[in-house]
Design a protein around this ligand. Structure first.
Ligand SMILES: Nc1ncnc2c1ncn2[C@@H]1O[C@H](COP(=O)(O)OP(=O)(O)OP(=O)(O)O)[C@@H](O)[C@H]1O
Ligand SMILES: [Mg+2]
Length: 456
């Protein structure tokens, strides 16, 4: 993993969307207030339908645009989609501005993003040993050298003792395998997988956590052929096959440009595999946030890419109304050319009401382990109410930032809960945009000249 991705993962733990755990939909795609999301039912339902569409496979190449005012949860909903798709469906998240860099031209960057969002599923048969662990013994050899041991596995029909080397013992202890577990061992790679705890063994031990998965003791032979599924993205296949890069480039994160001939060959090969039923396409989702940052060339490219058979579902988001299409002097809805707008579905998020803001602030406070005060009589939190009032004249985002800050102030006066006074204090200390610009026009002498409307 490259350093930037470690850093971004770390930051995401406390990041703006870290409380979002899914779309909060039930099986019939009805939105509920859970998974860290509150309200915005129409947009979340639509997002759920798109996730279904992509999971059902085949129906690739659709475009969806989420429009709505700043801070209304567009990015949050897209992150919820990513969580709902699960680990085997590729999801790529980019911001419009990320397509511009010195190392790569923008259509290459777009192509890579599109191909990162399509998976190819390979089915492979391997030889495995699968059984319930009856006994594990580790013995030191006499000269104090390598540890060796024995492993006894059984199925409902047979029981066999295997000799193990230290490498296998290590793999077993890494997987925390103990007597009574059902495991599989890949014969080629020696990889050990813990399937679960056998029902039969479960009764003998009481100390099972809620996470314990109970499985039946395997039947038949210990050695069997098992089908395993690997999913890799088209982009990964591109990189591995482009001779100038080599697969190490995947770890460095810097993959450079990939020659079109390489991609053409790969596309042909994959079509062939699909025909022969050796592989299956898994269309994922590409999310492009702040899509108005793309320019006319990118839009034209995207328009054409959506027509291709190898296209993921593209979800875009913007908070722009009528604005100029980048790279032109034309004005269009959301700054997106009308021919592209015409072929995508549009869903909207609405500015949250005060009550909705309160609920979102509550979710955020619990995510950040911050507790607000509570008034027994009104059964409300005065601090939370005050913060929601502030959001009416500032923004939800600004208020979310005040949560942590006010809890620091509360801590300083040794209070475990945040009260109105703490929020007042940070509201006075940290300006929101409106108060900051008001101060500019009052206290600063020099300003950049106001631009003409048509300059924009
Ligand atoms: N309905 C919601 N449920 C839970 N959290 C929300 C909801 N709406 C917004 N938030 C949270 O509020 C903050 C701002 O929302 P978000 O970043 O999703 O807004 P946005 O619509 O993408 O805004 P922008 O147009 O400025 O990009 C985030 O921390 C987000 O998780
Ligand atoms: Mg956003």
């Amino acid at each position: 993993m490259s350093l930037p991705s470690i850093i971004s993962q770390h930051l995401e733990r406390i990041g703006a969307q870290s409380h979002v755990r899914g779309l909060g939909l039930d099986d019939s795609l009805q939105p509920r207030d859970r998974d860290g999301l509150y309200g915005q039912y129409a947009a979340r339902r639509a997002a759920g339908i798109i996730v279904r569409m992509s999971q059902d496979g085949g129906k690739a190449g659709r475009g969806v645009l989420i429009v709505g005012p700043p801070g209304s949860g567009k990015t949050a909903i897209a992150m919820g989609m990513a969580q709902t798709l699960g680990p085997d469906t590729p999801f790529t998240s980019m911001s419009g501005s990320e397509f511009y860099s010195h190392e790569m031209n923008k259509t290459e960057a777009l192509t890579q993003a599109l191909r990162r969002s399509i998976g190819v599923e390979f089915h492979e048969e391997t030889e495995v040993i699968e059984g319930q662990v009856v006994d594990i013994q580790a013995n030191k050899t006499e000269d104090g050298g390598d540890v060796i041991g024995t492993l006894v596995l059984k199925t409902t029909e047979m029981e066999t003792e295997y000799d193990m080397e230290s490498k296998m013992l290590e793999a077993l202890s890494k997987e925390k395998v103990s007597v009574g577990d059902v495991i599989t061992i890949d014969k080629a790679s020696g990889k050990v997988t813990r399937v679960g705890t056998s029902f039969g063994a479960g009764r003998e031990f009481d100390a099972h956590g809620p996470q314990t998965r109970f499985v039946p003791c395997p039947e038949g032979e210990l050695q069997k052929r098992k089908e395993v599924v690997h999913t890799v993205t088209l982009h990964e296949i591109d990189v591995i096959n482009s001779r100038s890069q080599g697969f190490m480039a995947l770890f460095a994160g810097d993959t450079g440009e990939i020659r079109p001939e390489v991609r053409d060959q790969i596309n042909v090969k994959i079509a062939q595999w699909i025909e022969e039923k050796k592989a299956k396409l898994v269309p994922g989702v590409l999310f492009i946030d702040e899509v108005h940052m793309l320019d006319i060339e990118c839009f034209a490219f995207l328009n054409r890419a959506l027509e291709s058979r190898l296209a993921p579902v593209v979800v875009m988001a913007t908070n722009r109304g009528i604005s100029t299409i980048r790279g032109t002097s034309h004005v269009s809805a959301h700054g997106i050319p009308s021919d592209l707008l015409d072929r995508i579905l549009i869903v909207r998020t609405k500015k949250p009401s005060k009550d909705e803001v309160k609920e979102i602030l509550k979710i955020r406070a619990s995510e950040e382990d911050v507790e607000f005060d509570f008034d027994e009589e009104s059964e409300e939190s005065p601090a939370l109410d005050y913060l929601a009032d502030i959001s009416e004249v500032t923004s939800l985002r600004y208020c979310i930032q005040l949560i942590t800050l006010s809890s620091l102030v509360a801590q300083r006066r040794h209070s475990a809960v945040v009260e109105e006074q703490d929020i007042k204090k940070v509201y006075d200390l940290f300006l929101d945009v409106d108060r900051s610009s008001e101060m500019m026009s009052r206290d600063f002498l020099f300003h950049a000249e106001e631009k003409d409307e048509d300059d924009e």
